[in-house]
Design a protein around this ligand. Structure first.
Ligand code: ATP
Ligand code: MG
Length: 573
């Protein structure tokens, strides 16, 4: 592509709302254009990368016999009513009506449509398994669209769905996607980790779900892993344990004055005890439809509550920090509370790392006082123990290895749905015995535009992007420095030569000054730059090759260029 004929332009200024590198660089390299919060047009340079990402995805999914289709951006409300999700989905789903008051939504995902297609076209186990995918625009009214393409309102997603006769077949399909996803992100040369994810309470307890996380400092997710054991989980899900702790042996209850010392840290310091010998109590309200209940949750003093675990444990639709009125009702006093001899209506949950036979320091339900000797097994009547804490650095994984933490960007998510949608929407097939069964589903997403942002997030430096070779918009950037129109013909010939050799070449033939041209080349960050300068070339017959990733420069004649490029490409791809 000759830049003189290409719609492309770079920008010096960073947009005011751009906080992270990928957002800044996508804007500065003229790959995207903002038209509103979370709404971006993809410009020609951006589209080239998106197509490459899509093609890698297509090839790998076609390899596992998944079939491409295209479902609708607009879905009638009825399908969502059939699945029961019309009322469950929050404001993220954009609903609207036409002039005849028919209701619709802008598809945030497509379980409903795919299940409708399935129920109207498949009726025998002989047609199973079914595996379908699409790469389309999705719309979600994200409350806080941010970070450019990372969290948009309108974005491109690959979503795939499988239907299987039984659990073994659902597992097999899941395995296919797991492997295909691994290949996809490997082929993009991205540094990623596959983690166990939180499945919420969508499917049954033993259903699998994994996230594919691209590692990057700006990631919104925290991943917990051990290289030694291979353990890896999203922090929302991580079931790591604390290393061995020494607790206080059971002792009688006694009051201690802790004037203006409401936190566990302060109390532990005052009593000269390790903080894990204190317990913190939190009060939460949980909701199931119209029903609700209150919980006093106890954690070791230096642990934090993992709200996702709490919500899942209670199988609640929603949980929230208890309101002031609830605390009053229970008789709890913020900073000094515990479930010790409280009258109100609540249930007690202990985090699993608390040994209920040991003694702890807890709030006395009286301002400026705590209790020593609180022993759950002896001092509270009913409680349940569950893993409710947030994993921490220094924890041990289930095999006893110390875990590390890293930041990740969720680019893909695979999920076993079981019969949730097939059952709700009456999608059935006849099995080998002529019995009607609801097939088991899986769903599998990749954020296409988020992957573009994540790649830049992982691969850039102060000067600009450093494209991974397989998804670079072009592979070679020819920077041509010329004055003499006759010499320009040499540059054109170089462009023709490399293009004929099969490279995707961006040819800067705009006649810019050296500084501006090189700045643009570094900013855009194509893997290889070939510089052809009038003076040097006329003197020595040589061009200069620069590898963007390493900064390494070499000079060579046109005759040696092909061999040199082949070597460099091998090292990059
Ligand atoms: P998140 O937790 O980041 O909101 P999600 O759980 O809502 O993601 P899914 O419904 O599993 O995401 O969607 C599949 C994939 O689509 C995600 O793994 C992510 O890569 C991408 N994705 C989701 N929401 C957005 C968004 N607002 N903008 C860009 N990509 C998104
Ligand atoms: Mg989301």
């Amino acid at each position: 592509m000759r830049l003189s004929k290409y719609f492309w332009q770079t920008y010096k200024e960073t947009p005011a709302d751009a906080e992270i590198a990928s957002h800044k660089l996508l804007m500065r390299t003229g790959m995207i254009h903002k038209i509103g919060a979370g709404l971006y047009s993809y410009l020609p340079m951006g589209v080239r990368v998106i197509r490459k990402i899509e093609n890698i995805i297509r090839e790998e999914l076609n390899n596992i016999d998944s079939n491409e289709l295209t479902m609708n951006f607009v879905t009638p409300a009825q399908l969502w009513k059939d699945s029961g999700r019309w009322d469950q989905m929050g404001s993220e789903m954009q609903r609207f009506s036409d002039q005849k008051d028919n209701e619709y939504c802008l598809s945030p995902t497509n379980e409903e449509t795919i299940t409708d297609i399935f129920r109207k076209s498949v009726n025998s186990y002989k047609q199973l398994p079914v595996s379908l995918y699409q790469i389309t625009t999705k719309y979600r009214n994200e409350i806080r669209p941010r970070y450019g393409l990372m969290r948009g309102k309108e974005f491109s997603m690959k979503d795939a769905y499988t239907f299987s006769l039984d659990k073994a077949c659902m597992d097999e399909q899941y395995e296919y996607f797991y492997k295909a996803y691994s290949n996809i992100f490997k082929r993009m040369n991205l540094d990623f980790i596959i983690v166990e994810a939180d499945g919420g309470n969508i499917a049954s307890g033993d259903s699998q779900t994994h996230e594919f996380q691209v590692l990057a400092q700006s990631g919104e997710d925290v991943v917990v892993f051990s290289k030694e054991s291979g353990y890896a989980a999203n922090i929302e899900k991580a079931n790591t344990k604390r290393a061995e702790l020494a607790f206080l042996p059971e002792e009688a209850i006694s009051e201690v004055e802790t004037k203006n010392l409401p936190t566990c840290e302060e109390v532990a310091k005052l009593l000269n005890l390790p903080i894990h010998q204190t317990l913190k109590t939190l009060v939460f309200s949980a909701f199931w439809g119209e029903k609700s209940a209150n919980y006093m949750i106890m954690l070791l003093g230096d642990d934090e509550l993992n709200e996702v675990k709490l919500k899942n444990f209670l199988k609640a639709d929603r949980i929230e920090v208890a309101k002031e009125s609830v605390l009053k009702e229970i008789g709890a006093i913020a900073g000094y509370m515990s479930p010790y001899k409280l009258e109100g209506k609540y249930s007690v949950l202990l985090d699993a790392s608390i040994d209920p036979t040991k003694s702890y320091i807890v709030g006395a339900n009286k301002e400026h006082f705590h209790l020593k000797g609180f022993t759950p097994k002896r001092d509270i009547e009913n409680y349940k123990s569950a893993d409710l804490r947030m994993a921490k650095e220094g924890d041990l994984d289930p095999s006893g290895k110390v875990v590390s933490f890293a930041k990740g960007i969720e680019v893909g998510h695979i999920f076993q749905l079981g019969d949730k949608y097939s059952k709700a929407m009456g999608a059935t097939v006849l099995d080998q015995n002529g019995k009607k069964i609801a097939p088991l589903m899986g769903c599998y997403g990749i954020g296409v535009t988020r992957t573009l942002a994540a790649a830049i997030e992982q691969c850039h430096d102060d000067d600009g992007i450093i494209w991974p070779y397989p998804i670079a918009p072009f592979q070679i950037h020819i920077a041509a420095m010329y004055k003499d129109p006759e010499f320009k013909k040499e540059c054109d010939a170089l462009y023709d030569k490399l293009t004929k050799e099969g490279y995707e070449v961006l040819y800067d033939d705009r006649g810019l000054g050296m500084g501006a041209m090189m700045k643009d080349a570094d900013l855009l960050g194509l893997p290889i730059r070939v510089f052809i300068g009038e003076r040097d070339f006329k003197n020595s017959g040589e061009v200069e090759i620069k590898v963007r990733k390493t900064g390494e420069k070499t000079k060579c004649s046109l005759t040696d260029l092909t061999a040199n490029l082949t070597k460099i490409v091998e090292s990059l791809s």
